[in-house]
Design a protein. Structure first.
Lengths: 115, 111
């Protein structure tokens, strides 16, 4: 079975450019999470969706970050304009929202480098 | 601040030995989960223990939970080189859906 699919796997761009990260959750999962991982701050939750609706975006660093989930099979995380401090690995995860004891399934991440 | 804190930050042992990692947290939880992350990959769920459980086994993994001390431990028995990875605990706080992850323990198994 296909797991969570993220694209691109690697992105290198210059500061000021717009960056769009993509995620396809596991079919049938109705919760989707975006995380950022750095050596300094570890794994941080940025935002999560239930049934395509954003529930908690308190982890989004600032207005330069935005996330959308137009349908159950696709989500994007956009950074505009990008800055060097945004360099990190960004993970998407999905799960079933129904119960409290569901594990999260992670993609392999997008390694983002802002020069 | 981090809900989960892990100890030790790094652990290096010989193949065949047992590895124990600890996790402490601060608030009441619904469950606690352990994940593994291999280099360059996403996190993989290993085991979940509910707040009303004290111990759980899965293959070579043994997890304990002490809610009075707000702590958990992950034991990997008869370690293998393939167990080399980072291990994270994650807590699901009561009344919330999101997980809060610790900083992880970097485990190295030496052949």
């Amino acid at each position: 079975d296909a797991g969570v699919i993220q694209s691109p796997r690697h992105e290198v761009t210059e500061m000021g450019q717009e960056v769009t990260l993509r995620c396809k959750p596991i079919s049938g999962h109705n919760s989707l999470f975006w995380y950022r991982q750095t050596m300094m701050r570890g794994l941080e939750l940025l935002i999560y969706f239930n049934n395509n609706v954003p529930i908690d975006d308190s982890g989004m660093p600032e207005d330069r970050f935005s996330a959308k989930m137009p349908n159950a099979s696709f989500s994007t995380l956009k950074i505009q304009p990008s800055e060097p401090r945004d360099s990190a690995v960004y993970f998407c995860a999905s799960t079933l929202a129904g119960g409290t004891n569901q594990p999260q399934h992670f993609g392999d991440g997008t390694r983002l480098s802002i020069l | 601040s981090q809900q989960g804190e892990e100890d030790p930050q790094a652990l290096s042992i010989q193949e065949g030995e047992n590895a124990t990692m600890n996790c402490s947290y601060k608030t009441s939880i619904n469950n606690l989960q352990w994940y593994r992350q291999n280099s360059g990959r996403g996190l993989v769920h290993l085991i979940l223990i509910r707040s009303n459980e004290r111990e759980k086994h899965s293959g070579r993994l043994r997890v304990t939970l002490d809610t009075s001390k707000k702590s958990s431990s992950l034991l990997i028995t008869a370690s293998r080189a393939a167990d080399t990875a980072s291990y994270f605990c994650a807590t699901r706080i009561q009344g919330a859906q999101k997980l809060v992850f610790g900083q992880g323990t970097r485990l190295t198994i030496n052949p």
